[in-house]
Design a protein around this ligand. Structure first.
Ligand code: ARG
Length: 576
């Protein structure tokens, strides 16, 4: 899809081509340096060298030869030494950007780059019989944002919650339930009780061999499909899914599938056989199936000597299944950076087996969360944070802020806004910077109404809405060119340029798997709005048409901010 800035670049390019002075492959256009008052630059060094002239000479010749139509998006051409700088036509920019946003609404910024190609994205993926910890929280939030971003770019997205619902630990869990009874609590409390039973059994098992045998026995019975073991396992899966669903609903997270590791159980024999048959894996003297070093990575197992399979075996089967079932162009894994080696090994294995040569495996890793004192969160330290508590805590704090900021809202509205603000703060804290960096839980900053926080962005949006409400009488947006052409002041133009960049920000975020690019866009746009609003009276503008034009700009800002926040998974309340 082509947006205004794409058309601007295309116009510059074709005008340069039309002069015949520079071969097309030497026309490399770039954003100008920060202090240059232009919108696009042609640094002419390479072209000048190839053509055997000096750069300033080339830019001067070009500036003299370039021709643009009177209503072109390009209003200004300035040769500045080796750079040829281009400026946007302010009227055309205002007309086109505000026109696009008014027309496209919620889809402004979307693209058709993905051409309906399928991407499978594996995210959240918590473990059964446990509460989601911070790693899963981050995966859930980053993954859902990537789903929104890539979907906006036109990819067909398939989200799969790869539950950790299989493996040796289930023998212990089942034995523990049989020994200490099924928890009677519900939701995350039930999961907490299951965690306690697991730890207690594991500890007792160290001292009592009979318990160890019993756990192994349970694991075997589960694998053989014993009804009692199956029932208990099923109950664990359902209890976990039910508890997690509450959190997913609050976070606006939904998956196309939740197959889980157990789903692949019946495919594992074939997968192991395939690796052996292709000579990629070997059976060692103890009967274990080993994949020796691939791409200089450490060797790893596909099957233990006791016949048990591993996380890796199930991940390999999962790749095969996804390739067959969905014919994707890409498989994305949103999993903590601690598992980087695992995914490098998996990628190397998939490559060695030539399962899907044209499919890319991408591991989007992320850092961990530290508490406000800078300590890593851990169960042992006792500062672990679980998702439901985190969300409840955030919402309770947000409720206090809403209380002080706005007393016109009904209690019910306050509750709803508090939920949106609290959840928004948690999400934004995960997304506002490069995901690979560690994050800190610092409520002051997360819920600040100024500075780079979701709350500030939501306020900026709500402020736009409040201006529009005060203007009265329905949708104030206009699209006629004469009115929109009035928006030529510096701060108006700055804001419009930010709005024009949303499509580009979405593309970049998709290419880099980087929601923070959208977060940055939201923040700089909200700031540009703040400056505009300080300097340009809207409701009290000098003339009715200027008032209309500025109201349209305010409406477009609200719309674009809402679109940006939506891509992060954050809601935009109209009143706060
Ligand atoms: N359940 C795993 C864990 O908690 C994450 C699974 C990630 N996805 C995958 N296909 N391996 O560590």
């Amino acid at each position: 899809m082509e947006y205004v800035l794409d058309r601007f670049v295309a116009e510059v390019r074709s005008a340069i081509n039309a002069t015949g002075n520079v071969p097309a492959d030497l026309v490399d256009l770039q954003p100008p340096k920060a202090n240059i008052p232009a919108d696009l630059a042609f640094p002419s060094f390479r072209a000048a060298r190839e053509l055997g002239v000096t750069p300033p000479r080339l830019t001067q010749e070009l500036a003299a030869a370039l021709q643009f139509a009177p209503d072109s998006l390009v209003a200004e051409v300035v040769a500045s030494g080796p750079f040829l700088n281009f400026g946007l036509n302010p009227q055309r920019l205002a007309i086109e950007v505000l026109g696009d946003i008014t027309r496209m609404g919620d889809t402004y910024g979307h693209d058709d780059l993905g051409q309906q190609q399928t991407i499978v994205i594996d995210y959240s993926s918590p473990n059964v019989a446990k509460r989601m910890h911070v790693g899963h929280i981050r995966s859930t939030i980053i993954g859902q944002s990537l789903v929104h971003i890539l979907r906006a770019l036109g990819f067909a997205m398939i989200g799969d919650n790869h539950l950790g619902d299989w493996g040796k630990q289930f023998g212990v869990i089942i034995a523990a339930i049989k020994r200490y009874g099924k928890p009677t609590s519900e939701g995350e409390m039930a999961l907490e009780a299951l965690e306690e039973r697991y730890v207690r059994y594991s500890n007792e098992m160290q001292l009592d061999e009979a318990l160890d045998d019993e756990a192994r026995h349970c694991s075997l019975r589960l694998e053989q499909g014993d009804p009692e073991a199956r029932d208990l396992w099923q109950w664990c899966v359902e209890t976990t899914l039910e508890a997690n669903q509450k959190n997913y609903d609050r976070l606006g997270v939904s998956f196309e599938h939740t197959y889980g590791e157990s789903f692949y159980e019946s495919m594992l024999t074939d997968v192991i056989a395939l690796a052996l048959q292709q000579g990629i894996a070997q059976t060692d003297e103890d009967g274990a199936v080993v994949v020796p070093s691939l791409d200089n990575l450490p060797s790893f197992l596909l099957q233990r000597s006791d016949g048990g399979t591993l996380y890796m075996t199930r991940d390999l089967a999962t790749v095969l299944f996804r390739v067959e079932q969905f014919r994707p162009v890409r498989l994305i894994y949103v999993v903590g950076s601690q598992q980087e080696l695992h995914f490098r090994q998996l990628t190397a294995l998939v490559k060695a087996l030539a399962i899907a040569p044209e499919i890319e495996l991408i591991h989007v890793g992320f850092g961990t969360i530290f508490d406000a004192q800078g300590q890593p969160l851990s169960t042992r330290r006792g500062n672990m944070i679980y998702l439901q508590h985190l969300l409840d805590d955030a919402v309770a704090r947000a409720r206090k802020i809403v209380e002080t900021k706005n007393d016109e809202l009904s209690e019910e509205e306050k509750d709803r806004v508090a939920e949106q603000v609290g959840i928004g703060a948690v999400i934004y804290n995960d997304l506002y910077q490069d995901s690979r960096r560690n994050i800190t839980l610092d409520w002051e900053r997360m819920l600040a109404t100024e500075g780079n926080s979701a709350t500030y962005l939501q306020y900026s949006h709500a402020r736009c809405c409040s201006i529009l409400r005060r203007a009265g009488a329905g949708d104030p947006r206009v699209t006629d060119a004469a009115t929109l052409s009035l928006l030529t002041q510096g701060t108006e133009q700055q804001l419009i340029k930010h709005l024009a960049r949303l499509p580009e920000a979405i593309r970049e975020a998709g290419q880099r798997y980087a929601p923070f690019v959208i977060a940055d866009w939201c923040y700089t746009t909200a700031r540009a709005f703040g400056v505009f609003f300080e300097q340009c009276p809207v409701l009290k503008a000098d003339s009715p048409s200027l008032r209309d034009a500025r109201l349209t700009l305010v409406a477009a800002t609200a719309q674009a901010l809402k679109n940006g926040l939506h891509l992060l998974g954050i809601q935009s309340p109209e009143r706060m």
